[in-house]
Design a protein around this ligand. Structure first.
Ligand code: ADP
Ligand code: MG
Length: 693
């Protein structure tokens, strides 16, 4: 149950003065439904009203505050002209300008001959400075009501700035003062304010330095968000560790057969990863391990070794893939290898139906079948295993935690291996997985050639056609990736079909098309045609992004490369350079490019190292955005700016870990404070994993 002290923060925004249903809806759209979500909406700018220059010297475009005396009201001659009130003081003259004004009202608030304080932006056309629609007009006695500094918030259409400012002010009035949850030494070392003071400070910036993510107040609240994140992950881990695991000890007999059948030898990194997995599986805890390896680093065969361990130990293993295409591809890779070991492996996706599905289900349930590859169809409730010991989840960011859990629940103490190609820097990985064990495939299989990457303006694409023709004559296969037009698949599709038509005119029939809106069968057919060499060019939307393996493909063309995230470009490029042929990648961009955009494409040209790319991109653009939060599986932070606050991640990890070591159930003074922190960041469900409430 949420602690009472937080109740005011979780009230609806409509409970704030001035926020009715209409503004409430807009605020909800802008930042979320509750008071706390409004408080997480940080100002991005600052209006400084402290300037009080001589009116004659007031500079165009600046904000000034002045005490003036209205001399005359000058209503317009026609409605399109503004209403003017000419004012003076000792330092010069100022015209206040109003469009569509109500004369009565203006006469009331700006009586001739009486002093008024006004504040607003200066515009200059003629000799006298103008102030169009002043932000403030008050009697001098109420001058205090004009804030010296005013925060500027990101807005949404229909929401006036003043409404947001006022709502935030009201929210700040009911700010609780919770007990300190952060480590006292840390707070002292960084000279951080208390949480509530920090929240007040971030909404009352007094200088541009206060808007900097590195300011103490912003750092403080970002740290709190990271601490909640790390604590939640650590608690989940603590909870999982308490669930009993089962030692799976393999004889090695099946693995030996497969290793003999492989046309290559495992790399050192692959051998090491298998050994780490073997160690985990033999232990009495449940394995939770991430296998991280760049595209093409050879994760699949490592997964197979793990699956064979489960079978050698007398159990079953399942591999969960994010798409039909990938599941099929995994099956195609694994089946001949499994055959070498005499192990049968089957496919189970949404397309296996009727009798054949019934047979698979029966064989999985009675243990006849030891291995299965599939999509989310695998986690359906009517699927049961005789003795599932290992679940491998490929490209995990496409699955929710729910699906992982659902699969793990189909056995007892199921070990879990998660595979990802996303080159998340280590610190960022902490935010997504916490202290998960990681095996990394750092070395690429031998014999890989570097990919020749070029960056070209799209206007020059005609020039590459002859080179493509020559490449095809020599047996090359070409991916042509179409742009992300916007977030809607419909327009991406339009671009892809248009490109398909244009290329077909140039290259004839041997051009195929694959996109997300196709029938799965047609798409698979296009991919299969490409893999088998029945077509030379595959025009595709980003559906080919993940995992597809066609060693003969040696050319990758990416249109509108500037619209893709670097991580995604890297994934796409990883589709070539997998075989023996020399590969190339052409990044076509639409200019003009910003400096950042230029630098990003440059990185792609300069390196193939996924980690370097991710880190450089992080520097250029900042965390979640750089990697595409949705893609990378990173959490969506409200207050953390990963580029600016990245150094705090390991600090929060250590703080959370130590706090749990000292007080695993969070029942001491600090433990209780930490519970409040978890509720503040809506991690209610992990609090429920604690033994005592
Ligand atoms: P990814 O890590 O992207 O899933 P895959 O497992 O699909 O990579 O492997 C990419 C390609 O490399 C496959 O064609 C696979 O057969 C090959 N491969 C894997 N390991 C090795 C190795 N040790 N030596 C040579 N080729 C390998
Ligand atoms: Mg793969």
């Amino acid at each position: 149950m949420r602690p009472q002290i937080l109740f005011p923060l979780f009230a609806a925004v409509t409970s704030l003065p001035g926020i009715g249903p209409r503004f409430g809806k807009l605020l909800e759209k802008l930042c979320g439904p509750s008071v706390v979500s409004l408080l997480w909406h940080l100002p991005t700018g600052l209006v400084d009203r402290s300037a009080e220059p001589d009116l004659d010297d007031a500079v165009e475009g600046t904000i000034i505050t002045a005490v003036v005396k209205p001399l005359a009201h000058m209503p317009p001659n026609n409605p399109r002209q503004p209403y003017r009130v000419s004012c003076v003081n000792d330092t010069g003259a100022l015209d206040l300008v109003f469009f569509k004004a109500q004369a009565d009202y203006l006469k009331k608030i700006l009586p001739v001959g009486e002093l008024r304080v006004v504040s607003g932006r200066i515009e200059r056309y003629g000799r006298t400075p103008n102030m169009v629609h002043p932000d403030y007009i008050l009697p001098v006695s109420r001058r205090d009501e004009i804030p010296r500094f005013e925060p500027v918030y990101p807005l949404t259409a229909g929401l006036p700035p003043k409404v947001v400012v006022k709502a935030v002010r009201a929210a700040l009035e009911h700010l609780p003062d919770p007990a300190e949850w952060a480590d006292a030494h840390l707070v002292k070392r960084h000279d951080w304010p208390d949480w509530d003071d920090a929240v007040r400070a971030v909404h009352n910036p007094k200088s541009h330095a206060d808007l900097d993510p590195a300011s103490p107040a912003r750092q403080r609240i970002a740290y709190d968000e990271l601490l909640a994140n790390q604590l939640a992950l650590a608690l989940t881990r603590q909870h999982n560790r308490r669930l009993p695991g089962r030692p799976s000890i393999g004889s090695g007999s099946l693995r030996d057969k497969v290793l003999k059948a492989l046309p290559y030898r495992l790399t050192g990194a692959q051998t090491m990863a298998v050994a780490e997995i073997e160690g985990d599986m033999a232990g009495s805890h449940r394995m939770l391990r991430l296998l991280q390896g760049d595209v093409g680093s050879g994760k699949t065969v490592v997964a197979l070794m793990a699956m064979l361990i489960a079978v050698e130990a007398g159990g079953q293993a399942a591999l969960l893939a994010p798409t039909d295409i990938l599941a099929r591809q995994h099956l195609a890779t694994l089946r001949p290898l499994c055959a070498a070991a005499g192990v049968n492996i089957v496919l189970l996706t949404g397309r296996e139906k009727g009798k054949s599905r019934d047979v698979i289900l029966k064989d999985l349930a009675d243990g006849t079948l030891k291995m299965v590859v599939g999509t989310h169809a695998l986690v359906q409730s009517d699927i049961a295993f005789d003795d599932l010991r290992l679940a491998v989840v490929d490209e995990q960011h496409r699955f929710g935690v729910q699906q992982r859990i659902a699969l793990a629940e189909k056995g007892k103490g199921v070990d879990l291996l998660v595979m990802t190609a996303t080159p998340i820097p280590r610190t960022l990985m902490l935010t997504a997985y916490g202290d998960i064990d990681v095996s990394r495939l750092t070395e690429k299989p031998a014999g890989r050639q570097p990919i020749d990457t070029r960056v070209l303006p799209v206007e020059r694409q005609e020039e590459i056609i002859p080179a493509l023709k020559r490449a095809i004559d020599k047996g090359a296969r070409i991916y042509w990736i179409c742009p992300l037009v916007d977030e809607s698949e419909q327009s991406d599709l339009a671009a892809a079909t248009a490109r398909h038509r244009a290329l077909s005119e140039i290259f004839g029939k041997r051009v195929g098309l694959a996109h997300g809106k196709q029938k799965a069968q047609d798409r698979d057919q296009a991919m299969a045609d490409f893999a088998a060499g029945r077509i030379d060019i595959l025009v595709a939307t980003v559906v080919v992004e993940v995992g597809v393996d066609v060693p003969e493909a040696t050319v990758m063309v990416i249109e509108h490369a500037e619209r893709f995230g670097l991580a995604q470009l890297h994934q796409l490029r990883g589709r070539v350079g997998r075989g023996k042929g020399k590969s190339s990648c052409l990044l076509l961009y639409q200019g003009p490019l910003s400096e950042t955009a230029k630098a990003r494409l440059q990185i792609m040209r300069d390196t193939e190292d996924g980690f370097r790319i991710a880190e450089e991109d992080l520097k250029l653009r900042g965390g979640g955005e750089a990697l595409g939060t949705r893609q990378s599986g990173l959490p969506d932070f409200r207050l953390v700016d990963l580029a600016a606050h990245g150094d705090l991640i390991p600090v929060a990890r250590d703080d959370a870990k130590l706090a749990l070591e000292q007080d695993p159930e969070l029942v001491g003074d600090r433990g209780r404070a930490l519970r409040v922190l978890l509720y503040l960041f809506e991690r209610d469900s992990v609090v429920r994993t604690l033994r005592s409430g």
